[in-house]
Write a protein that binds this ligand. Structure first.
Ligand code: ZN
Length: 205
């Protein structure tokens, strides 16, 4: 399983998703962190926390860093990518709205399903991202729909914090996000080859 040292996420990176949430597209990338402890593998359950009444899936293209990036150019950033993975930026939407910081809304254990291994050498410009809930397609987009393309995102982040080998960058979710309830099965597929599938359960502890 992927064990990133850090997970850097990008918000509102698809116009149609920013619009569905009632937000403008940011003028520069909007970034936040998810804790590495939120990572789970395919097959492990997403546990809906008692603190939230509204947890949503966010299918995303994940980028795994291969070589360290600091103050990189977009070209250097592209060359440093180990591969891409399907991932799910699970979000407690009610807590995201009520909290000034998104740490709680994005940070619960099990809130970051990530596919088993990065897939190298996919064409980053034409990558597809598809999310299915109970076999029903809920999200579909390509990396070409991003506000800020992958190489620009990595270069931007690397001017703030060094990206280390193994770090994971979540590049934003397209339109179609929606709630998860116990018994759901949610699957994210990137490039048709990287996939992560997880059942959803209530927190019974
Ligand atoms: Zn997200």
């Amino acid at each position: 399983m992927i064990r990133p040292g850090k997970i850097v996420c990008v918000g509102r990176n698809y116009r149609d998703h920013a619009r569905e949430m009632g937000n403008d597209v940011p003028v520069e990338p909007l970034i936040f962190l998810k804790p590495p402890s939120s990572v789970i593998a395919t097959g492990s359950p997403i546990v809906l926390p008692r603190a939230s009444n509204h947890v949503e899936f966010e299918g995303e293209i994940g980028v795994v860093i291969g070589t360290a990036l600091r103050r990189a150019t977009p070209e250097e950033a592209l060359a440093a990518i180990r591969g891409v993975v399907a991932m799910n930026d699970v979000t407690a939407r009610d807590l995201q709205r009520s909290d000034a910081q998104w740490t709680r809304a994005k940070g619960f254990d099990s809130f970051c399903p990530v596919a088993a291994a990065p897939v190298p050498d996919l064409d980053l410009d034409t990558l597809t991202i598809v999310t299915r809930v109970n076999d029903l397609e809920r999200q579909r987009a390509t990396a070409a729909d991003m506000v800020f393309p992958i190489h620009d995102l990595l270069a931007y982040i690397s001017r703030i914090m060094t990206l280390d080998p193994g770090d994971l960058v979540a590049t934003g979710t397209p339109a179609g996000v929606g709630p998860l309830v116990p018994g759901d099965v949610v699957e994210v597929i990137v490039g048709g080859v990287s996939r992560v599938t997880n059942p959803v359960i209530a927190d019974e502890e």
